[in-house]
Design a protein around this ligand. Structure first.
Ligand code: ZN
Length: 123
């Protein structure tokens, strides 16, 4: 459990989930090919970002769901403006949080053993 939390924290903060020393991102969204410290390949196969997209989408939907319930309960007379504001919040969250979702997903991959040094030799 500690390993999972550590890998998630490292990924969330943009560090290599495996060693915690190398930087995960080349730019805001672009993940480096390999860790500059331990040389693990961050995306050994294509489609590695699908899990991150799922995390990001689920969290965005949860925000929309909770926000929608809040609007219906506490601001039913301003539903139109509230929904527009909620959509704006969801959109901004979705764009900004994608980077963190990528880091979290790579942390999950490390914790489940799908991202490890011996993976490099398998190609
Ligand atoms: Zn590393």
């Amino acid at each position: 459990m500690r390993q999972l939390l550590l890998a998630l924290l490292r990924g969330f903060t943009g560090r290599c989930p495996l060693c915690g020393r190398g930087r995960l991102f080349r730019s805001y969204y672009k993940v480096r090919d390999r860790c500059e410290s331990c040389n693990v390949q961050f995306e050994p196969t294509s489609g590695q970002s699908t899990g991150a997209m799922a995390i990001n989408l689920v969290l965005t939907i949860i925000i929309g769901f909770v926000g929608g319930i809040f609007l219906v309960l506490y601001a039913p007379d301003r539903l139109g403006a509230g929904l527009l504001a909620l959509l704006a919040v969801m959109t901004i969250f979705h764009i900004i949080f994608y980077r963190f979702a990528r880091g979290l997903w790579l942390g999950i991959m490390v914790a489940t053993g799908d991202l490890a040094h011996d993976r490099d030799e398998l190609g």
